[in-house]
Each structure stands twice: as C-alpha cells, then as structure tokens.
Write a protein that binds this ligand. Structure first.
Ligand SMILES: *[C@@H]1O[C@H](CO)[C@@H](O)[C@H](O)[C@H]1NC(C)=O
Ligand SMILES: *[C@@H]1O[C@H](CO)[C@@H](O)[C@H](O)[C@H]1NC(C)=O
Ligand SMILES: *[C@@H]1O[C@H](CO)[C@@H](O)[C@H](O)[C@H]1NC(C)=O
Length: 145
C-alpha cells in the first residue's frame, strides 16, 4: 500500500481552465495576507469602577492558535492573566495574575468584569498565529471612579 510521493500526474496548465485558475489565484492573493494586529481597542473607552471592559486586538486575529494576556507592559509569565486556546478544551487557562473576573472572548478579547481602581495599568497580549511571528501589543487601561 501507500502512494509514492510525486507519483501523480501534474495538472495540465492549458485550455479554458488555465485562465480561470489564474483569475482565482489573483483574487486569493488580493484577499491575503490578513494584516497582523496593530492595536488594542478598549470598550468602553473610559470604564467605571464596578463596570465591565473589553480589550480587543485589532484587526481581530484570523489564523490564531493561542492568545496570552498579561497584567504587565511585557510578556511576563508571573503576570499572566490567562491563555486562550483555539482548539483545546478547556479553552481558557488561568494564570497567576487572574483575579476571577477575567474571561477570554471572541477575537482573543480580554473581558474584565467588576472593575476595580487597581485594574488601572498596562495589559499586554501575545497572539500566536499559525504562520508568522507573534505580534505583541500593550495597552494602558484607566478605570474611573
Ligand atoms: C478561569 O477563570 C474563569 C473566570 O473566573 C472561570 O470561569 C474558569 O473556571 C477558570 N478556569 C479554570 C481552569 O480554573
Ligand atoms: C458585567 O459582566 C458580568 C459577568 O460577565 C455580567 O454578569 C454583567 O451583567 C455585566 N454587566 C454589564 C453592565 O454589562
Ligand atoms: C505602563 O507602562 C509604561 C511603559 O512601561 C510605564 O511608563 C507606565 O508607568 C505604566 N503604567 C502603569 C499604570 O503602570
């Protein structure tokens, strides 16, 4: 059993299909690549104590494998809030900086509920993609009285 690598016949690049294939591949190259994340949006922008906030990488990551959120301006494992896995159950692994109020949301967003003044500070996200180097972004959250 088993097929030998390279034993199949190569496709014939002629006839009416060739033009269609070229048009299709030109379209695909227009749609790709998806740009890497460049910023983090805070919603609402000025959250109040007791409220909820969502920190979301923009544009939303596409071919992500996992996202790590840190309560820090750097990717410090001792300050990790959570890791969010796309294909693992459970999807959320809480780190030592998790306070019981943080959950991962769609698009690798970090949702923090029941905000406290002490939640003011820097948050960093590391998005690991199936391809390419991981973009690392930091945002400063301010919680208001
Ligand atoms: C992580 O924290 C969330 C939010 O508090 C909680 O629902 C979840 O059970 C925790 N996950 C684990 C594996 O402890
Ligand atoms: C804040 O989040 C908590 C937990 O996810 C939820 O129960 C509550 O309804 C939210 N509050 C607001 C104002 O959205
Ligand atoms: C956020 O990080 C910047 C740069 O490291 C630092 O100057 C600033 O003090 C930090 N802000 C808070 C609230 O920790």
């Amino acid at each position: 059993m088993g097929r030998r690598a390279g034993s199949w016949d190569p496709p014939v690049w002629s006839g009416p299909w060739a033009g269609l294939l070229l048009a299709a591949s030109a379209l695909i190259s227009c749609l790709q690549p998806v740009p890497a994340q460049t910023s983090i949006t805070i919603a609402p922008q000025s959250p109040a104590v007791g409220g909820n906030v969502s920190l979301a990488p923009q544009p939303p990551p596409q071919d992500w494998v996992l996202c790590k959120w840190f309560r820090s301006a750097i990717t410090d494992e001792n300050r990790r809030i959570l890791t969010y896995y796309r294909n693992t159950n459970p999807a959320q692994n809480n780190g030592s900086a998790h306070t019981g109020r943080e959950t991962a949301g769609s698009g690798c967003a970090l949702n923090i509920a029941g905000l406290k003044l002490s939640d003011t500070g820097n948050y960093t996200v590391q998005v690991d993609l199936a391809s390419g180097s991981p973009p690392i972004l930091t945002v400063t959250l301010s919680v208001y009285e």
